[in-house]
Design a protein around this ligand. Structure first.
Ligand SMILES: [Zn+2]
Length: 387
């Protein structure tokens, strides 16, 4: 089909530019809500394509949206570009590159597009829930289908992403001299430690694939003072949002019990929560078909495949969506959030995969616009799945 060739040609001719932009994002890691360099770089590139771009969408300083094409349905391609404290260990520079390249391919024929493309820059996937904020504040208005692709050590058209609740627990005790008058103190750190022990005892009763993991973010103020303030955070994940909520409630009860035991008081706070991913098989199969044409076989991940969480889960509850994983490292040689994945995310192999995935997304998006039956099938499946 001529349109497909034209899209792929445009992506190929923009290849070096996309790779250099993705590399620059990689070189300037910025954590959630601070992605100013990446946002400026990407929106600059979008403007250079002759496209309009709006920044500060949904009140988020580092978000953007560029919508182009002609009246008709709207397919969104999402760019993430936030890093973790250990750098681009989740490869979001590649997500940004793939989205930008896909948009470039589609923009090359924007006069003839049978609908609209929205390239949406979504900040703070790592713990900030940027997509949820955008969704709630109009950033996804008018969008019929959303897609993005994430690097990993595997190749899947769809993965069963876990629902997640991120909790912060703050314990308040009473300071006292730890040697001269410890009986006058209430030890907030003891409450944190007892919470961890109680949560570990509760693990046995969680359903399969549940994940609970925590860190202590404040363990006291000085070794010779009974800690009057201590804080920890937990992530509770499960295959359904309801089970993640149940686990989160259990963690809160553990904290309440630890507070009662130590005499401290506790405040619970939900930092963010992500929903599980509603897999849209129609979209997954569409993406699989275009990947196959480009020489890569990809399938839905089998049930039980280890996975994480993403704010794309919330998008998948609001509209048909896909979040394929593309392979940039070998199994066992490092995957997302490991230090080594910082290197994997800036490799020739990764950039080649990024360009391929950009084409598969762009062709899928084009087909959704050009073929109303495919879009209708994706929407009908979504309507049934979300009931
Ligand atoms: Zn990620």
């Amino acid at each position: 089909m001529e349109a497909y060739k034209e899209i792929c040609r445009a992506i190929d001719s923009y290849r070096e530019k996309t790779i250099s932009l993705s590399h620059e994002v990689h070189d300037h890691p910025e954590t959630k809500f601070r992605e100013h360099f990446a946002c400026d770089l990407l929106t600059g590139a979008v403007r250079e394509l002759g496209l309009q771009v709006e920044t500060g969408v949904g009140g988020l300083a580092t978000s953007f949206r560029s919508t182009f094409g002609n009246p008709g349905p709207t397919i969104a391609i999402l760019a993430e570009y936030d890093a973790l404290p250990n750098g681009h260990s989740c490869g979001h520079n590649l997500i940004a590159g793939a989205a930008l390249a896909a948009a470039t391919g589609l923009a090359s024929m924007r006069q003839k597009l049978p609908g609209q493309i929205a390239l949406i820059g979504t900040p703070a996937e790592e713990g900030g829930g940027g997509k949820i904020i955008l969704l709630e504040h109009g950033g996804f208005d008018g969008v019929d289908v959303a897609m993005m692709a994430h690097p990993a050590d595997c190749e899947y058209s769809a993965v069963p992403v876990l629902a997640m609740q991120h909790l912060r627990l703050t314990f308040h005790g009473r300071a006292a001299h730890a040697a001269a008058a410890p009986w006058r103190g209430v030890n907030a750190l003891s409450a944190v430690l007892q919470t961890f022990q109680a949560v570990d005892a509760a693990r046995l009763h969680f359903r399969d694939l549940a994940r609970v993991h925590g860190i202590i973010t404040n363990g006291g103020q000085a070794v010779n003072i009974v800690p009057e303030l201590a804080q920890c955070e937990f992530s509770a994940r499960a295959i359904t949002a309801r089970h993640a909520d149940e686990i989160s409630a259990r963690i809160r009860r553990c904290a309440d019990a630890a507070a009662a035991a130590t005499g401290a008081s506790v405040e619970h706070e939900t930092i963010c929560g992500y929903k599980n991913m509603v897999i849209n098989h129609t979209l997954a199969q569409l993406y699989e078909r275009h990947s196959e044409e480009l020489g890569t076989t990809t399938r839905e991940a089998p049930p039980g495949t280890p996975t994480g969480s993403t704010d794309m889960g919330d998008i998948s509850h609001a509209m048909p969506a896909i979040h394929p994983m593309f392979q940039v490292s070998n199994p066992g040689e490092g995957t997302c959030h490991e230090d080594i994945f910082v290197q994997h995310s800036d490799s020739e192999r990764a950039y080649a995969a990024m360009i391929r995935v950009a084409k598969a997304m762009a062709l899928s998006a084009y087909e959704l616009l050009a073929n109303p039956e495919t879009l209708a099938a994706a929407k009908a499946e979504f309507a049934t799945a979300i009931k």
